[in-house]
Design a protein around this ligand. Structure first.
Ligand code: NAP
Length: 443
């Protein structure tokens, strides 16, 4: 039978059922947007979005939504026949993993903001989505409101991404920016961030780099068409950064940022591998990421043909994150209306992940040394002995104990580690106080 355009139009759904899991910071804003923007959303989608239910833990609290929509039984909600799209904004691994699997297995499309889950289970969930011919979208999982997942998966689908480097954690960026501005120490600045609502009561996931590593895993997977999990990402947090480090970074015309870096690296024989790493690094003040301050996020993408692209904006917060969620909801809804499907993860390249020891970077090494002639030569000699070439040296302070700061050219992690071990044994070196990487320079 030939279906004419008008018959096909008549057969399209007039409304789509939505299940919202979670009514916290993000969920409440998602429900607000669906309610307030109903007419515009209907025009953009071609069908109305109708909320069938909202899952929370505590249904007794008044939350400003119709009480009959609230349920503490998300497992039943996600498989209801009248639900087409499930929005997961609960967070954590379980129950979201089981709920999303159940939704996908029942042909529902899923939109999630859950980076912790995706960092480890994208493969499992994408396989379930592919089997059910359903959509799985997760723009909000990386850098909140900033569109970076869709540009990587769709806009740059015809290009070769070489590098994705960004500031994707607002809490640590707030702390490092404030330390640079005020000269205050890490502990005092973390406490202030907590008071202002930029750091959670338990800030571990942010300050130890776990959140940034989960996002790096997602970015590396989609940028390089491979499967990278959080465990593959080398990770260092910001807890050891001192105000002295920021002050000496400034003297080298640099600042310190917690960077998530995903890079395509090529061995001498042309073999390609991925490097995915998160650490605080010195970057020149002239680098585009150096000006990203406070709780803002930014991601710089370098592609073979497009060149350098920069995405900047609010990386967290209820409304900004809900904006990204709703972009995905509209895409998933349109696909339901027109019986289509968006792109899923593509892992055809299956590039291996290179261990950090094989990724050469520049280093900043700060040490306390005794103030006497010949010390600088001795320190420089140790770097030379281990084939680590020095780019700049600065001596700070004129007390009995002097601070010596060395910036190196690119060196392998292993060579730097042996140099630091040798420095620590030197009688003239009282302590090696900081070893940080330096990024964003060509040397
Ligand atoms: P949140 O404020 O803690 O809200 C979580 C919601 O999930 C609450 O409504 C909670 O119910 C509900 N919930 C928890 N466990 C549940 C369960 N077992 N069954 C049913 N409902 C349950 O979290 P959020 O800040 O909105 O974050 C949600 C997700 O978005 C997370 O994956 C997070 O990583 C991601 N995200 C958040 C932001 C942000 O700025 N907040 C940014 C990017 C991504 P009750 O209200 O009854 O406790």
């Amino acid at each position: 039978m030939t279906v004419t355009a008008s018959t096909a139009d008549e057969q399209r759904p007039r409304e789509l059922g939505v299940a919202v899991l979670g009514l916290g910071n993000v969920g409440a804003e998602v429900v607000r947007i669906i309610t307030e923007n109903a007419d515009d959303l209907r025009a953009r989608i071609g069908a109305s979005l109708v909320i069938r239910g909202i899952a929370v833990r505590d249904t007794s609290r008044d939350r400003g939504v119709p009480a009959e929509l609230l349920t503490d039984d998300p497992a039943s909600l996600v498989v209801r026949d009248d639900v087409d799209i499930v929005i997961e904004v609960v967070g954590g691994i379980e129950p979201p993993r089981t709920l999303i699997r159940a939704a996908l297995d029942n042909g529902k499309s899923v939109v999630t903001a859950n980076k912790a889950l995706l960092a480890d289970y994208t493969g499992e969930l994408a396989d379930a989505a592919a089997k059910a011919r359903a959509d799985l979208y997760f723009e909000a999982a990386v850098a909140g409101a900033i569109p970076v997942v869709r540009p990587l998966m769709q806009s740059l689908a015809g290009d070769t991404v070489e590098r994705v480097a960004g500031i994707v954690n607002g809490t640590t960026n707030f702390i490092l920016s404030a330390m640079a501005e005020t000269g205050a120490d890490y502990g005092a600045t973390l406490a202030e961030a907590g008071r202002l609502g930029y750091a959670e009561a338990d800030p571990t996931a942010d300050v130890e780099g776990y959140d940034a590593a989960a996002k790096a895993a997602i970015l590396a997977s989609i940028a390089f068409h491979s499967r990278v999990t959080a465990a593959d990402v080398y990770r260092e947090g910001i807890t050891k950064i001192t105000s002295a480090d920021l002050a000496s970074a400034a003297k080298f015309d640099c600042t310190i940022k917690l960077l998530s870096i995903c890079e395509r690296i090529r061995d001498a024989d042309g073999t390609e591998r991925i490097s995915a790493r998160v650490y605080p690094a010195l970057i020149p003040l002239s680098h585009p990421l150096a000006t990203v301050s406070g709780a803002y996020n930014a991601v710089v993408v370098e592609a073979a043909n497009a060149g350098r692209l920069m995405f900047y904006g609010q990386g967290a917060g209820g409304a900004p994150t809900a904006s990204a969620v709703m972009g995905d909801v509209v895409m998933a809804a349109r696909n339901k209306v027109y019986s289509g499907r968006g792109p899923l993860e593509s892992t055809y390249a299956s590039l291996p992940v290179a261990p950090i020891a094989q990724v050469p970077t520049r280093y900043y090494v700060a040490m306390k040394v005794v103030d006497r002639p010949g010390v600088l030569e001795g320190v420089a000699g140790e770097f030379a002995k281990h084939d680590v070439s020095i780019a700049a040296v600065r001596q700070e302070g004129d007390d009995e104990e002097t601070r010596l700061v060395v910036i190196t050219h690119r060196a392998p992690d292993g060579a730097l580690a042996t140099t630091v071990a040798a420095l620590e044994k030197m009688e003239a070196v009282t302590a090696v106080t900081s070893v940080l990487r330096m990024e964003g320079t060509d040397e």
